[in-house]
Ligand binder design. Structure first.
Ligand SMILES: O=C(O)c1cc(=O)[nH]c(=O)n1[C@@H]1O[C@H](COP(=O)(O)O)[C@@H](O)[C@H]1O
Length: 270
């Protein structure tokens, strides 16, 4: 199934706009996993198995695996999600972007090697750098627009011809790059006004919204400013606040409670 269809089906089936970010940090794992050679896979798979009916997507962050030489665990984790929870799409958070010939290798990495359904990319090198991803009509291409970090304003808010750059980016992607209907945009939860501006510019294009939980974004503001007319349109992503909600052997059950609380609080404002 194409990413956009699979995302829409997961929104409906699970009545959820929650995306769980899979960002393994072994120092935060429960004690019983710390000396386990396969801890990264076991930790993430347990979180997935405990939350799969509560989410619209999973988003493993590639650097968290690569830094640990755990790319193999990432491959197995994505295969595990596809096999056991086939209704939940997987977004590989890689924030790729390079000249077209190199970008083609990043496409192969994300979709062939890892089997992801969607990938995050950085559009600020321009259209040719995004084109190999855009050409994959079956896959989601999730482009940075207004990121969640404090420094987002340094460049993304710069005035370009009377409007901030991120608005031009949003408009250009929604109007010109999204010919296959496979684009989504990243807009951080920590910038709710900018989120509203982006929503006003892009129609029903889905928005990936990180910055809830550990980064302090406000759920109500995100939902009110970012939802589409049908109450969907958002992948509201949280990693640390869900993954590390518990420190004991029951960490997966604690993650489930945190994911359920986030889903319910989002649904109050839809
Ligand atoms: O593309 C992303 O996922 C992303 C974009 C952005 O603007 N801000 C942002 O925090 N992220 C990612 O989202 C996750 C946020 O993690 P938590 O703050 O623990 O929920 C990290 O993996 C970040 O790399």
């Amino acid at each position: 199934m194409h990413f956009m269809q699979s995302l829409q089906a997961a929104w409906q089936r699970h009545h959820s706009l929650v995306c769980v970010g899979l960002d393994p940090e072994p120092a935060k794992f429960p004690a019983h996993l710390r000396n386990d050679a396969d801890a990264v896979f076991k930790f993430c798979a347990a979180i997935v198995d405990a939350t799969a009916d509560l989410v619209c997507a999973y988003k493993p962050q590639i650097a968290h695996f690569a830094a640990l030489r755990a790319e193999g665990a990432l491959e197995r984790l994505i295969a595990h999600i596809h096999e056991h929870h086939p209704t939940v799409p997987v977004i590989l958070d890689a924030k790729r972007g390079d000249i077209g010939s190199t970008a083609q290798h990043y496409v192969t990495e994300a979709f062939e090697r890892y089997g992801a359904d969607a990938v995050t990319i950085n559009p600020y090198m321009g259209r040719d750098s995004a084109q190999p991803f855009l050409d994959r009509a079956d896959k989601g291409v999730i482009l940075l627009c207004h990121t969640s970090n404090p420094g987002a304003a340094d460049l993304q808010d710069l005035d370009v011809g009377g409007r901030p750059l991120y608005q031009r980016v949003a408009e250009m992607i929604a109007r010109d790059w999204n010919t296959h209907g496979n684009c989504a945009l990243v807009t951080g939860a920590t910038w709710p006004e900018q989120l509203a501006e982006v929503r006003a510019l892009v129609g029903d294009v889905p928005l990936l919204v990180p910055g809830i939980g550990a980064q302090g974004g406000d759920v109500e503001a995100v939902v009110r400013n970012g939802r589409t007319a049908d109450g969907n349109g958002l992948m509201i992503s949280s990693s640390r606040a869900i993954l590390y909600a518990g420190q004991g052997e029951d960490f997966a059950a604690a993650a489930r409670i945190a994911a359920q609380e986030l889903r319910d609080s989002i649904n109050r404002y839809r």
